[in-house]
Design a protein. Structure first.
Length: 141
């Protein structure tokens, strides 16, 4: 005759529920941190392209005569800001030394899984710089 004890009945179900919750939390953490890294890479790409776009706006007269290369400050700033606006991010554009454009981008990543436990939008930032140079025969002048 076999006797079953009912004292531990349902204990496997509790363990399974807790383990499942922990596994879902870990998968959510991996997905959302990966998403944040992707958002950071996107922010950097946007900053780099905005800086490059601004760097294409050079002062025509000195560049044509070969005297020196300088950025048309107003046009470069407007072009970089327009690129940021088209990408849907916020950022700042600064031009130093007449030839260096620095773009700082701020964006957000909205977690898919971690929002369930109360973690809201994650801010991502990136900065990129472009420098306009004059080169002759592959050497910077």
């Amino acid at each position: 005759m076999t006797h079953r004890t009912r004292g531990e009945r349902g204990s496997l179900s509790i363990w399974l529920a807790v383990a499942s919750f922990v596994m879902m939390l870990l998968v959510g953490l991996a997905v959302d941190l990966g998403g944040q890294v992707h958002a950071k890479q996107r922010a950097h790409n946007i900053a780099a392209e905005a800086a490059r776009t601004g760097g294409e706006r050079v002062q025509a007269a000195p560049a044509i005569t070969g005297d020196h290369v300088a950025v048309d400050v107003a046009a470069a700033r407007n072009a970089a800001r327009a690129y940021l606006a088209a990408a849907g991010v916020t950022g700042t554009v600064s031009i130093t030394g007449g030839a260096t454009i620095t773009v700082h981008v701020t964006d957000t990543y909205t977690p898919r899984f971690l929002s369930i436990i109360g973690i809201g939008d994650l801010t991502v930032t990136s900065t990129a710089t472009a420098r306009v140079i004059r080169s002759l025969g592959g050497n910077e002048q």
